[in-house]
Every structure is written in C-alpha cells, then in structure tokens.
Design a protein around this ligand. Structure first.
Ligand code: FAD
Length: 274
C-alpha cells in the first residue's frame, strides 16, 4: 500500500488559518494517512503549531506535529508531549531543528534528533509513532556522507518508526540511501519528501540552504522559462510526476508532499499517479 501524507507550516493570521483549513479539507478527500505541521525551532511557533494541529485532528484525519529539540528545554518538550497526548495525537515528527543563523545549538539540553527520540521514548513509551528526517543527499552540516548515514542509523535505533526525506530531484540518491541504510541493519520505512516545483527563484534559494541539489537539466529549463509561470508549473508537474513514478515502482513505501500550504501542485502530481 502506498501511504500519502501532506505537510503544512503554521500560519500567522486568522485569515491564513482559514485558508490552510480549506486546503486541508480539499486534500482530505484523498484520504491521507496524516497531515503534519512544522514547528519553529526554539519554540517560535509552539502555540500556533499546537492550535493548527488541534484543529486538524478535530476534523477527523490524524495530525502529526513536528517537534524540534534545539532551543527547547526538556520541561517545555515534556509539557507539549502531554498536551498532544491529551488531544489524541499519536504521531510526531521528531527533529533537531535549525535555530536562526548564527545561534548554533546554544545551550540545548537535547542536541540531536536521536536525543529527542530517546527522550520521547523515555517519557511516553510507545505512545507515539515517531518519524525522523532523512537526507539522501546528505545533511548540509554533516562532515561526510558516511557519518551522516551513521547518525541516521543512530536515530532509527533510538526508536524511530519511520522516516521522511528532505526533498530531492534525483531518484537514484533516494534508492542509494535506502540501500545503504538497509545494509546497516535498519529497515524502517523511508518515505520520500516531495517538493512540487511551482516557482524557480524561491526553490533555488531554499534548495541552497537545505542542501537539495537541483540537477542542471532542470535548473536550465526553469531558468529559461523566466517569468512564464504556466510553463514552470507544467514542466514541474511533469518532472515530479515522472520522479514519483520511479520512486513508487522502485519500492518507495509512500509519498509525503511539502504542500507549502497549497493544494494544487501536490494534487496535480498525485492525480497523475493514481
Ligand atoms: P539530526 O538528525 O540531529 O542531524 C543534524 C546534523 O547532526 C546532521 O549533520 C547529522 O549528521 C549530525 N548528527 C546527528 N546526530 C548526531 C550525533 N548524535 N552526534 C553528532 N552528530 C550528529 N526544521 C524545523 O526547524 N522545523 C520543522 O518542523 C522541520 N521539519 C522538517 C521535516 C522534514 C521531513 C525534514 C527532512 C526536515 C525538517 N526540518 C525542520 C529541518 C531540520 O530541522 C534540519 O534539517 C536540521 O538541520 C536537522 O534536523 P535533524 O532532525 O535531521 O537533525
């Protein structure tokens, strides 16, 4: 069975939240396993993430809050875990997080995602299904690919149930990563994170910071379209659909869409696949 999930980020205004919930309702028709909601490292969106998670959960399809550990104390994390348990949340995306540039890891009590996974297991046992992040093209701060693989294995062994990848545009990097991890004795499902292509300049900026490679043939084509957003969207849909086909045919257990709080681009790809 192919699992489907969608990711949102917390909005800042009531109007934004209304729009987000309308997008949630549109996507709900495709029966995703869960909707995840990101968290601002250091707790900058703590209440907004909670409020949106609460409302999504209330509407009937599971919500999975992201929870990061840098900049949050154990006591703050413990309190959030309790609040999530109280409203019936059973899945968490457990992350280290990124503090604003220059802040490093600060004086965080939990410094890596494996510490957070261990902490959640110690506090709440098997209550939560825990997702962690995976980087087929290597986390940008990792000293090298091998150590990044070992660190991924470390958080799987700490008690993660499954993983969601950083987005990528090269299916081979995903297959290679999964093969390497399995050879290291870890067989948790690793779900590709899919970023639909709708806007070149934003995508290029974001990809630089998170270490996702935009292959030259895609970059050049997108650059050539300039301001022609219809062509960018059409080409993006074709490229991402083709990659998702390959991923699913090659054994990827599901897809997790980075929706950027929009339904159209993710749904266009998903409808091409089913
Ligand atoms: P880790 O697994 O801790 O890895 C971070 C770095 O430290 C890597 O280089 C790794 O090799 C190294 N490392 C890991 N463990 C150890 C160890 N024990 N000792 C030494 N080195 C180690 N960010 C947010 O702020 N909010 C979000 O909601 C959010 N959601 C995300 C969702 C997904 C699916 C993904 C892929 C990323 C998300 N991020 C989010 C971004 C993420 O927080 C950053 O990429 C962050 O830099 C790393 O988080 P991590 O959980 O992968 O960290």
């Amino acid at each position: 069975m192919t699992t489907l999930s969608f990711e949102f980020f917390p909005t800042k205004t009531d109007e934004g939240t209304e729009k987000l919930l309308a997008v949630r309702d549109e996507l709900a028709a495709y029966n995703p396993e869960f909707f995840s909601v990101t968290y601002g490292a250091g707790g900058s969106t703590r209440d907004r993430t909670y409020a949106i998670v609460n409302e999504i959960q209330r509407r009937g399809i599971a919500a999975a809050p992201h929870l990061s550990c840098v900049g949050d104390s154990k006591a703050e994390i413990r309190e959030l875990l309790t609040r999530y348990q109280e409203i019936g949340i059973s899945r968490i995306v457990a992350l280290r997080g990124d503090l604003p540039s220059g802040a490093g890891l600060g004086s965080s009590e939990l410094r890596h995602a494996n510490d957070l996974v261990e902490f959640i297991r110690a506090e709440t046992g098997d209550h939560f299904t825990l997702e962690v992040a995976a980087y087929p093209e290597m986390h940008p701060q990792a000293p090298n690919f091998e150590q990044d693989l070992e660190n991924f294995v470390r958080k799987a062994k700490a008690g993660a149930n499954s993983a969601i990848t950083q987005y990528f545009f090269n299916a081979d990097s995903y297959f290679y990563f999964v093969d390497r991890v399995q050879a290291m004795g870890v067989d948790i499902p690793i779900i590709p994170g899919i970023m639909p292509i709708t806007n070149y300049s934003k995508l290029a900026r974001f990809s630089d910071s998170c270490g996702a490679d935009i292959p030259r043939w895609i970059r050049k084509q997108l650059e050539a379209y300039g301001d022609d957003s219809d062509s960018i969207i059409r080409f993006g849909e074709e490229v991402i659909t083709e990659m998702c086909h390959r991923l699913l045919e090659g054994g990827a257990p599901g897809l997790h869409f980075y929706t950027l709080n929009q339904a159209r681009a993710s749904l266009a790809v998903w409808k091409n696949l089913v």
